[in-house]
Structures are given as C-alpha cells and as structure tokens.
Design a protein around this ligand. Structure first.
Ligand SMILES: *[C@@H]1O[C@H](CO)[C@@H](O)[C@H](O)[C@H]1NC(C)=O
Ligand SMILES: *[C@@H]1O[C@H](CO)[C@@H](O)[C@H](O)[C@H]1NC(C)=O
Ligand SMILES: *[C@@H]1O[C@H](CO)[C@@H](O)[C@H](O)[C@H]1NC(C)=O
Length: 479
C-alpha cells in the first residue's frame, strides 16, 4: 500500500513549466502531470549514483569539508535498512503538530527582554559533506544520513535535526521495550576500542545543562532528551570516533548512548543534532569544518537523494541570503524573519508585519510550515481563489491541512506558484512538491500572530540551505 505522500512527492520528477495563454501569468502558475498520482510508490532510486555528492565534493577543500548522502527513510534510496512500517499521513501530521506546539512552547519566552537578535560570529574556511535521505518512520517526514560509529565502525542511520543539540544512538545492552527494534546493528560501546564514557565531573557533562541526568552507572554522565512530539531518550553520555565519509572521521565525538527510548523512533538508529549549542555535531566539528558553516539539500522525492555538507560551501555566493537571528532564550534554533508570501505571482496584502515579528524557525524536523494565523488565512484565501477557475473538486481536510483537492480525474493540473520572502529580500519560489502534500496545501497555522513561524521540511525540499554565523541562504534546484 503506497504511503499517500509518496505519490505527491513523485510530482517532482515530472515537474515542468508549460506556457499558458495568459502571458502575464507565465511563471506565476505551474502545470504538472498527475500521472504520478496514479503510480504506486517508486521502487527505484533514480539517483545517478553519487551525482549530487560528486558535485558537492568538487567544491570541498583539502579535508576541510565532508559531504554525506541524505535520503528519504522509506524510499528506495535508503538501501537495505529501509523499514516496512511507515506511519500513515494522518499519523505524520499528528506527530508534526506535537512538534510544532513544542517549538512554540519553547519559544514562548522569546518575546522577553532580549527578543530576537542578529547573530554574528567569525567563521573560518574549512568544510565536510554527508549524503542526506527523508525519513518518516520517526513519526514525521524526516531525513536520514548513514554514518559509522566506533572502532571498528558500525553503520548507523540517523535522523538529521536542526532543532536539537544532543546526538544519540541506541546502545547495547538495550532490551525491548526500553529500546525499540532497529534495522542496523545496535552500537555496543564495549566492542569499540575508541569509546570512552564521559565522567559526571567532566566539563562535557556540565555542558549538557538541561539535558544532563545526573550520574548514571557509577560515575558516568547521564543524559535525557525529550522531544516535541512526546518522544524521549535516556542513557549515558560518551565519546567515540564518528566516521562521516571514507575520508572524514571525527575523533572524540560526544553523543548519547541511549538505553531507554520512548516514542516514534522506529526505523532510525538515533539522531544527529545540528542545532546551535556547543554539543551539536555542527558545533563540535566547527574547528575542523569551516567554523560551523554547513548546508543541506532535502531530496524532493523518496527516490532521489540530497546531501548534508559540514563546512561548506565556504561562500554564500549564489545563495539568496537572509540574516540569522537568535531567540535570546532558545539558542538552539536557527531563526530568520519571514516578511511576505506570494501566490500566483501576487504578494498577499493585509498581513501586518507584526504578524511575522516572532521570527521563523528553520527546522528539518517539522514537516509542514506553520504561519501566523493572519498570514495563513490570507494564503489560503488567495490559493483557493487562484485554484477556483480550474474547478478541481475539493477533497476532505487531512488533519491540520484544510485546503485539499481531488485530482483523480485530471491528467495535468495547473497550480498557482507559492513564494516566501525573507528579510533582505531572499525569496523561495516553491515548486509543487514544496507547497502540496497528498493533494493539500502544505501550510498550517501557528498559535498566534507574533508567535514564531516554522519553515518546515516540505518547503525546504530541493533547495540547498546554507547556514553560517550570520546568515541563512537558499539556492533552488540543488538536489
Ligand atoms: C589542496 O592543497 C593543495 C596543496 O596545498 C593545493 O594545491 C590545492 O589547490 C588544494 N585544493 C583545494 C580544493 O583547495
Ligand atoms: C519518556 O516517555 C515515556 C512515555 O511517555 C514516559 O513514561 C517516560 O517517563 C519518559 N522518560 C523520561 C525520562 O522523561
Ligand atoms: C476523488 O474522485 C474520484 C473520481 O471522481 C472518486 O471516485 C473518489 O471517491 C474521490 N476521492 C475523494 C477522497 O473524494
């Protein structure tokens, strides 16, 4: 049984721009084939082996960047560890709502004395690229990379998460139900010659601060992380060699050795945290790789691959950039300022700047973009009006998605384009897979005008997204 979202994702490979009679509207609408709606989920990885990765590696310096392959967790590109049990689209949306609510809760203090601040940091010039995939076995539509941990190395498929700071994998000994069944071999620290447990007294343990969990198993540093969707992981903090690519290994990488997990993790072995605090992968490797510069491209369909590059590209040239902001009390998140939305080439009017003032969290772990209610209402009205002349039948709402169409009887469909504009003018012109999921407009509302919005992963697909100390950049059609 095909997971419904796959069929929509397949649009990406058939995406084409057809001329329309109304010359003024060329570029404002996109016509896509619906052949893909009828097809079952693709079983072939159509990634020209390593093409995107090879391109990325050309740009890398001498051992200053690592390029990893990023793929869809359940897609054919994810290889033999592909899990059979993907959750339904409704389950995905429910978990996504819990994550979005959690981000909003954490951010609720950001309106305090410090508000949002422009963040600046010196950056150096080194970089590493990891291939990236989408995974939705975690309960949402997320993306995974495969790395290797320990000596000898054990392959681990881990979710890429810009919204958290502590990386972890499930560790032996770990019996069900404390640990869930995973596809890859369980990492066993006792079998790795390079593993060390972090003592409670170590600085690395105190740096865990709110993720610290006292002393476990004698004098070992304990950790606990609870996620927005209600899941959590508990275990001991340790360090080992993390091998990113054949040419790139990080020695002494600090991570959680998870001995008890609860929630929607089935199908991944752990999580690679790319947040902004000191214990994240990007922070731990900033000395080796480009002062913390990193980029990723989330693949537009399960049968394609993207990448995660640590350390590059060193220049933002070619990227549409916007300033990186920091919420004074939630330094984990990469914040930007969304300023406007366009539908069918027309900017939405009637959305006050104050609606966007809470900033926008760029999050790989949230699926659907959340907008302030005023902005979402204006987008929905404009999208429905632009769709009306084509007479596509409405389909029932799916969870948080309330603008859905039934394209069953159509060979092609014409859709208004949707664009997002950020402070400074950077504009993301979304392709159909960037604004439609399962036939629904893939946006939803956040808790209130002035509360933080979230740029979800549906909207980021196929863009290279680059982060450095002061800006976030977007480049279309990069994977
Ligand atoms: C790598 O280093 C060598 C020698 O230092 C230099 O000639 C070469 O241009 C460098 N390559 C890149 C991609 O920076
Ligand atoms: C993790 O979640 C489970 C299920 O909700 C809960 O029973 C458990 O107490 C949580 N563990 C921690 C350490 O928060
Ligand atoms: C979509 O349209 C087809 C053909 O008109 C119909 O058979 C099907 O029941 C509709 N699906 C939904 C969810 O409305």
């Amino acid at each position: 049984m095909a997971f419904p979202v796959h069929r929509v994702l397949l649009l990406s490979s058939l995406l084409c721009f057809l001329p329309r009679h109304d010359a003024a509207r060329v570029g404002s609408y996109v016509t896509v084939s619906t052949a893909s709606f009828a097809a079952s989920s693709s079983t072939i990885c159509d990634d020209d082996p390593g093409r995107v990765i090879a391109q990325q590696q050309l740009q890398r310096g001498n051992g200053t960047s690592a390029v990893l392959r990023l793929t869809h967790r359940h897609g054919p590109c994810a290889g033999p560890s592909r899990s059979a049990s993907a959750p339904s689209f409704a389950e995905v949306l429910r978990a996504d709502e819990r994550r979005a609510e959690y981000i909003q809760r954490r951010m609720s203090g950001a309106k305090g004395p410090g508000g949002l601040q422009q963040f600046t940091a010196a950056s150096s010039s080194k970089s590493v690229t990891i291939p990236a995939n989408i995974g939705h076995s975690i309960g949402t539509l997320q993306y995974v990379v495969t790395v290797s941990l320990g000596t000898p190395g054990v392959a681990q498929t881990v979710e890429v998460d810009t919204g958290s700071d502590v990386s972890w994998v499930q560790c032996a000994p770990c019996a069900a139900p404390a640990c869930y069944a995973q596809k890859d071999q369980l990492f066993d620290p006792a079998k790795s010659s390079s593993y060390s447990a972090v003592p409670c007294a170590a600085d690395a343990c105190s740096e865990l601060s709110t993720y610290g969990h006292g002393c476990a198993a004698g004098s070992q540093c304990g950790y606990v992380v609870s996620y927005g969707d209600g899941s959590n992981t508990t275990g001991v903090y340790g360090s080992d060699t993390l091998t990113l690519t054949d040419a790139d290994a990080v020695t002494g990488f600090l991570f959680g050795c998870g001995h008890a997990q609860a929630g929607l993790f089935a199908g991944i072995d752990g999580l690679l945290a790319l947040g902004r605090k000191g214990m994240s992968l990007t922070s731990q490797t900033s000395g080796a790789y480009g002062g913390g510069v990193f980029s990723y491209c989330l693949p537009p369909s399960p049968s394609s691959t993207g990448f995660l590059t640590l350390g590059g590209p060193s220049s933002a040239s070619g990227f549409a950039t916007t300033g990186l902001l920091t919420a004074w009390d939630v330094p984990t998140f990469y914040m930007v300022m969304l300023t406007g939305i366009g539908v069918g080439g027309q900017q939405l009017s009637g959305v006050p700047a104050s609606a966007f003032a809470g900033g926008t969290v760029v999050d790989t772990g949230t699926v659907i973009t959340r907008l302030p209610p005023t902005a979402y209402a204006a987008l929905r009205a404009a999208f429905r009006a632009a769709m009306a002349p084509y007479g596509y039948p409405a389909a029932p709402a799916t969870g948080i998605l309330d603008t859905c169409y039934n394209f069953t009887d159509y060979g092609t469909v014409t859709l208004p384009t949707v664009s997002l504009t950020f402070s400074g003018g950077a504009t993301l012109k979304l392709d159909a897979p960037g604004f439609l999921s399962s036939g629904c407009l893939a946006f939803a509302t956040n808790s209130g005008d002035g509360d933080p919005a979230i740029l979800g992963n549906v909207q980021q697909r196929s863009f290279a997204v680059r982060f450095d100390g002061s800006s976030v950049g977007f480049m279309p059609h990069s994977c």
